[in-house]
Design a protein around this ligand. Structure first.
Ligand code: GRF
Length: 202
């Protein structure tokens, strides 16, 4: 089971997946890391883990469709089974999402459907919720709207800064993201409409 990770930033979720794979907990191979940012931490991590890593410069393409054609070429050559978005700060086109229906997952730092989009941890603090968390979901044409695979809950403390809350959530992200990849690699996810059923381990 081959996965591609797309990341734009520091890549700590990417790292958590590599670590889980290396510990033998996830029956998958991280084939390639794609980044739209040349100096991303994720690219450097891939480099030191000796994972194929490719920076695709969006500026070198006429438009999103041409850019994604390049991505699709890479995915097809590597025979990728699953695309894992890990801090990938770019919206995929509806065409791309359709082509890889139920084969793209994302992690979001809130309990969806609350606090979609950017700065979810700040949104949660500003709203005054007592609990927040993170969500792994399939990617559909909407923004953070696809079927939910796993969630983890985190308590919000009264004097939390955005950084405090983000760090507490990130710890949980690093557990549930590898777990979700494992469930999919083991073919234990069944979609019924937008509901995800998790099959028991054999
Ligand atoms: C995480 O908070 C994730 O939930 C969000 O972007 C951040 C990526 O962090 N989608 P990292 O690059 O994996 O460290």
């Amino acid at each position: 089971f081959k996965i591609a990770v797309f990341a734009s930033g520091r890549g700590s979720n990417f790292q958590s997946i590599i670590d889980a794979v290396n510990r033998g907990e996830v029956p998958a191979e991280v084939k390639v890391l794609l980044s739209d940012k040349e100096n991303s931490g994720a690219l450097k991590r891939a480099e030191s883990e000796e994972i194929e890593n490719i920076f695709i410069n969006p500026e070198h393409f006429e438009n999103q469709i041409e850019y994604e054609k390049e991505i699709i070429n890479i995915l097809e050559m590597a025979e990728i089974d699953l695309i894992v978005l890990a801090g990938y700060m770019r919206i995929l086109s509806p065409l791309f999402v359709k082509k890889y229906k139920n084969k793209i997952i994302n992690i979001h730092p809130s309990l969806l459907p609350a606090f979609k989009g950017l700065n979810a941890q700040k949104q949660a603090l500003d709203y005054g919720v007592k609990y927040s968390g993170c969500t792994v979901h399939f990617v559909d044409e909407g923004m953070d709207t696809g079927p939910i695979i796993l969630q983890a809950v985190v308590k919000v403390e009264e004097d939390d800064t955005v950084e405090d809350l983000a760090a507490r959530i990130l710890k949980e992200e690093h557990k549930i993201y590898p777990e979700a990849v494992k469930l999919i690699a083991e073919n234990r996810i069944k979609l019924e409409g937008r509901k995800v059923k998790i099959l028991k381990e054999e």
